[in-house]
Design a protein around this ligand. Sequence first.
Ligand code: AHR
Length: 514
Amino acid sequence: MKQTILILVLVWGVFFGAASQNRLTVDATQDGPQISKYIYGHFAEHLGRCIYDGIWVGPDSPIPNINGYRKDVFEALKALDIPVLRWPGGCFADTYHWKDGIGPREQRPKIKNVFWGGTVEDNSFGTHEFLNLCEMLGCDAYISANVGSGTVGEMVDWIEYMISDEDVEMANLRRKNGREEPWKVRFLGIGNESWGCGGNMTPEYYANLLRQYSGYAWEYARDRMVRVGCGANGEDYNWTRVLMQNARGNMDALSVHYYTIAGPSWNNKTAATGFGEDLYFSGIRAGLRMEELIRRHSNVMDEYDPRKRVGLYVDEWGIWTDVEPGTNPGFLFQQNSMRDALIAATTFDIFNRNADRVKMANIAQTVNVLQAMILTEGGRMVLTPTYHVFNMYKVHGDATLLKASLITEKYAHGDQSVPAISQTVSRDAEGKVHLSLSNVHPAKEVKLTVAFNGKQPARVNGGSVLTAPAFNAVNTFDKPETVKPAPFMNYKLLASGELEVTLPPRSVITLEMQ
Ligand code: AHR
């Protein structure tokens, strides 16, 4: 009898539009942690066409530029308000000797980029070019120091060169090279992937090096620089444990790297375009694994640092697919689809929900490499779907997280499923509430009821939606606007004061409320 009533209620709901089964209850009675703006951070490595072609074309290029920086790319990054840029790698960082990249450009030595295609690096983009770019963009600089093939002396010289205002040799060398005032350099990474391309170290060995490098970095920079210990590869929780056990007092943050692979394995990543629903689903599901990684690394960190002094920085993340056909495999140039935009949105939701520990994240990479914001070809540029997600989510940067509980239907594929809806709700310094929602279901519109416990926003100021004709849709140089945001109006305030939102299939939405 009970069952019959339930079925009747459901049938009635389907036909007569009863409140949806999907429900988001926002707790506006108490503030959650602040969502660090650095979660929306970026990463640019000397890899393929990220720096050269992508960011730097040199002052003599026929491509319109501002003192050597591509004008179109610069303006697109400026519009994104990027909070932090990590450089020069990546694996490249542990082969980089910074003195090669200063002084007159025509006199800088050429080196082989051993990790990325064996190309010749002419060092025309170096410390001045990077730090001046950060100043022009108004973002913080995150320098990755060379631990794998460098020395402590090299690192402290670099620190002095960049931030000292004293009458010392390195600061004077900087002045001689045309820069009087020191730059502000907020973040210092001590090695990159020291378990792999950065030196093939054990965690115990690296922990000792971190203590050593970090101690000297402190002497030269004090608290002007945040020292970031090199963290784990994906689910290597032992690396995090050993670092927290042996060197938690020698770092201000610890990193972790996780790349999403849609294909069956690292050696079979599959194409960025033209994929079917199997690879759509597996990409979304693999992206969501970030939640478990963050939780488990955070749990280990909590054991040693319950007050959460040491931030967790996901300073490389994103989807890694096969390169575009016909391009250099060492350049990691890949397209970027609506699927990847959804991976970005759902990953941001995971970072935001864990904002008490996750204090920075840097997508790999900014231009022309992996899950890029921007692709370039000669003088042409295209903004990827991921760029638009960054633009829609930046409102959460430095806002207060509002904790929320979500009841969501599933998106099932074969015998597996993932939650259809993902969310972030935050309140900014002006009191505006931003609600970001994604529907990863590739074909089904979903309705969501949003209720607030505590102060209920009185109105919706507006919103935008990112969706596409297909989950594998991309922006190309010939059709650059296939995936782009549009105004979103498919919501209504119910008499109960609750909000009902109808999310199109494969969509990301951000609403502003007050
Ligand atoms: O982002 C590409 C590469 O991925 C980086 O150089 C390295 O740190 C990671 O393995």
